[in-house]
Ligand binder design. Structure first.
Ligand code: ADP
Ligand code: MG
Length: 663
């Protein structure tokens, strides 16, 4: 297969520097080309008509000419407004279009032809601006899909030809160039490469792939590969994330309903204020101005735009927020509770010591423990099985395996009762032998003099009811966990570390992360974790829980916002309201920062709209703001609020870490 020379120069890049480029450039259209030509022509024609009417009014011509021209202009200009107003009437909704139509009609009725035309121009321009911003918000989500390459090289015999991404079907062989993004889910046929899958599987280290390895859409390959397509487009792993994000887009956050209610109220209030103004002042100008000045699109359109843009921005950084409501809850969180293993630590443990009790051999101890753990998905179990495998042991298959979340496993191996676990007796039901004893990490007790690394987790092994020894394991703190903790603490959030592990190991991790010891709750069973969260919520705290394991799912559900690690189990990812796809704890800090920023922006728009409308109506009622000035204030303030929301729309090359400034 021939690789064009230019592509060879592409280097393997980190996930950060890859964000947002790729096919997006092709999709980004200039602002002008997005505006509907019909709309532009309409506005242009209306401006010309307005000038014409003004000129005719100055000239000594009969009045009916000006009226005729103005009517033509109004019919042309108001047509789209009337259409929307009729829709709103049909849906029994009070809307801005309705109130503006009333104002335009009133201005025309009292003979203010130029005024009514000008207001129409303003309303049309405002709607175009609003559509543009909403479009960009939606594009931000659509663009997620174009993170994948637009075209794919399909290999047929000795020929390679490019086809659009959507035309690729399962079974085809495709070629990916070094530094290129893999466009499909599939299996490697030829080539070896390190592949960065952090976007998809959450694995932060590049994975070495070879023929037979499975690769996922959205990963980046360091070397050329040929891949047999299994799933493409929306069916691929990446496509499904995007589809889920799109679904989130159609959900409505509670704040959006609030915004709609406020917008409708403002229209009613404006009409009532206009009525009062007319009764008191008998001045039709002031009355019209009162109706015109009150704008509500800053909240009605600005709020969903902010939510949409924030969700897209989170997705860019690698956090998948399942619903606008979750974004809202996340912005209000004041306590973040972390599960230790697999969340703040990598959850990839390593056996450092196997310490048999008197009368037991090290190899036998590990062999039986590994057998009991053979099918475990708990990081400790995986590590023990892995250690036995690495030592080349023949591991018997276990019978009657029983897993007690947060405690350990029990199994019959070679006719013996083997229990591997934390050493808590109380939680095991009757009929099963105790799991472990009371040995603690850092205290290998009398069994051995071998020093234990600080922070090691100890697992006790009982054979036929006798303490047979301990296995010590260590786990690494995730890169980025420290920064996450620092950033969240700087934001003023209260942090808690929950773990089923013992206090010594937990405090060691807390120390490493810069968490105070009083933020640690150790030796908890899964149910205890729920209880801690429930208690916090009873105290009026708004709690986000971050977890990864099967046994974290209930806690994720109990919390106000459940945040699952992308590397975690499917159960956790299902239960989570937010999934940190790349499992980088820093993405959590960024996501919370984005949610809070969205909240601030929405709040600003709410307060701003109420202030501008209130003051505007007062001034208009007093005759200090004419109809045209009112229209300017209306359009100007609404546009400002919508643009304020649009600031959240992620840039084309928005790098996740740029968010750090929003601590
Ligand atoms: P965390 O809260 O840190 O995620 P878990 O609740 O999953 O930890 O587990 C708590 C403790 O229970 C572990 O430290 C270990 O002692 C014991 N344990 C749980 N599952 C297993 C297992 N499969 N094998 C051995 N020990 C286990
Ligand atoms: Mg865990």
């Amino acid at each position: 297969m021939a690789i064009p020379q230019a592509d060879r120069r592409l280097r393997f890049r980190s996930r950060e520097s890859n964000d947002g480029e790729g096919g997006i450039n092709g999709q980004e259209r200039s602002l002008w080309s997005r505006i509907d030509t019909g709309d532009l022509l309409r506005v242009g024609a209306l401006i010309v008509t307005t000038i014409l009417v003004w000129v005719i009014e100055q000239a000594p011509w009969p009045r009916w000419i000006a009226i005729a021209v103005a009517c033509g202009g109004l019919i042309l200009g108001c047509w789209p407004i009337v259409r929307e107003a009729l829709e709103d009437l049909h849906a029994r909704r009070m809307s801005m279009e309705l109130s503006m139509l009333l104002a335009i009609a009133a201005a025309a009725a009292v003979g203010e032809l130029v005024t009514s035309l000008l207001i129409t121009v303003f309303v049309l321009v405002a709607e175009i601006l609003e559509d543009l911003s909403m479009d960009r918000g939606r594009d931000a989500l659509t663009n997620l899909m174009s993170f994948l390459p637009d075209t794919v090289r399909v290999v047929e015999g000795s020929r390679v030809h490019e086809v659009p991404r959507d035309d690729v079907v399962a079974g085809q062989l495709i070629a990916v160039v070094p530094g290129g993004r893999i466009p499909v889910d599939g299996v490697v046929e030829t080539g070896r490469a390190d592949v960065d899958q952090s976007r998809i599987t959450g694995e932060s280290m590049p994975v070495a792939v070879a023929p037979g390895s499975r690769v996922y859409a959205g990963s980046i390959t360091q070397a050329a590969l040929q891949i047999r397509v299994e799933r493409s487009g929306e069916e691929s792993s990446y496509g499904r994330i995007v589809a889920a994000v799109r679904e989130a887009q159609s959900s409505r956050a509670p704040v959006q309903r609030l915004a709609d209610r406020l917008a409708a109220r403002i229209v009613y209030i404006a009409l009532a204020a206009a009525a009062i103004t007319y009764i008191v002042t008998r001045d039709i100008h002031s009355t019209i101005s009162v109706v015109i000045v009150a704008g509500a699109c800053g909240v009605a359109a600005g709020t969903p735009l902010a939510v949409l843009a924030a969700i897209a921005r989170c997705a860019r950084t690698g956090a998948f927020v399942k619903d606008g409501a979750h974004l809202e809850q996340l912005s209000a969180v004041d306590t973040v509770v972390f599960d230790k293993t697999g969340t703040l630590t990598r959850g990839v443990s390593r056996v450092v010591h196997v310490v048999p009790a008197r009368g037991y051999a090290e190899g036998e101890l590990l062999r039986l423990a590994a057998a009991a753990e053979w099918n475990s998905e708990h990081p400790l179990g995986v590590a023990i099985a892995q250690e036995a495998r690495e030592r080349g042991m023949e591991v018997p298959s276990p019978q009657a395996v029983e897993y007690r979340p947060g405690v350990g496993v029990y199994a019959r191996v070679d006719g013996r009762d083997v229990a591997v676990g934390s050493g808590r007796r109380a939680q095991l039901g009757s009929g099963t032998p105790a799991v472990g004893g009371d040995t603690r990490a850092g205290d290998p007790s009398t069994e051995s003099d071998i020093p234990t690394p600080p922070g090691a987790t100890s697992v006790q092994i009982d054979i036929d009811g006798d303490r047979a020894g301990s296995i010590f394991l260590v786990d690494e703190v995730r890169s980025g966990a420290q920064e996450c903790v620092r950033r969240l603490r700087n934001t003023g959030l209260r942090l808690l570390l929950l773990t089923g592990d013992d206090a010594a190991a937990a405090e060691h991790v807390a120390n490493e992360l810069g968490l105070p010891v009083d933020a640690v709750r150790a030796s908890l069973l899964p149910a205890d974790k729920n209880a801690v969260i429930a208690r916090l919520r009873e105290q009026g705290r708004r709690v986000a829980m971050v977890g990864d394991g099967v046994n974290d799912a209930p806690a994720l559900a109990v919390a106000d916002v459940g945040i699952a690690m992308g590397t975690g189990t499917d159960v956790a990812r299902e239960a989570g309201d937010v999934v940190l796809v790349s499992s980088d704890p820093r993405d959590l800090a960024t996501t919370i920062a984005i949610a809070r920023r969205a909240r601030r922006i929405i709040l600003f728009n709410f307060v701003g709209t109420i202030a501008v409308d209130g003051i505007g109506m007062l001034l208009a009622a007093c005759g200090l703001l004419g109809p045209i000035a009112s229209a300017l204030v209306h359009v100007g303030s609404e546009s400002a609020f919508i643009l304020n929301s649009a600031r959240l729309i992620p840039g084309r090359r928005g790098r996740p870490l740029r968010e750090t400034r929003f601590h």
